[in-house]
Ligand binder design. Sequence first.
Ligand SMILES: [Ca+2]
Length: 143
Amino acid sequence: MSLGLVPFLGLCCPCADIVSQINYPSKGKARDGGTVFATSGRKDYMAALFTRYLEAPADGIYTFYLLSDDASELHIGNKKVIDNNGEHKYQMRERAGQIALKAGKHSFWVGYTEINLLNGLRLDWEGPGFERELVPSKALWHN
Ligand SMILES: [Ca+2]
């Protein structure tokens, strides 16, 4: 099943928050719809957009890993780096993508849609001189 992000963005009341990382493990029981996602107040049938700037510490090739339940996408600049769309039901699914980045800040966004059952989202990266890790808060800027 192919699931687009945009049609779901208008389904619920919008709320906004500033977060330091994209790290929401899948928790709870599927039959209960899992747990509330982030500060959304919702377990199911919701969407989230994480956006602003990602700071690359050095010039080089970066690999990003986007894990989600359900659909997600990662865009950096005007390039779609990862497409992890689709309904994943009750499991986190990982997709990876690579991009060459210059040192400095780059606009980015992660779109996320949860249909039902469990939910979760996480963004990891690896790059020149460092191993895979959760994208740290020092690399994410909201202004
Ligand atoms: Ca789900």
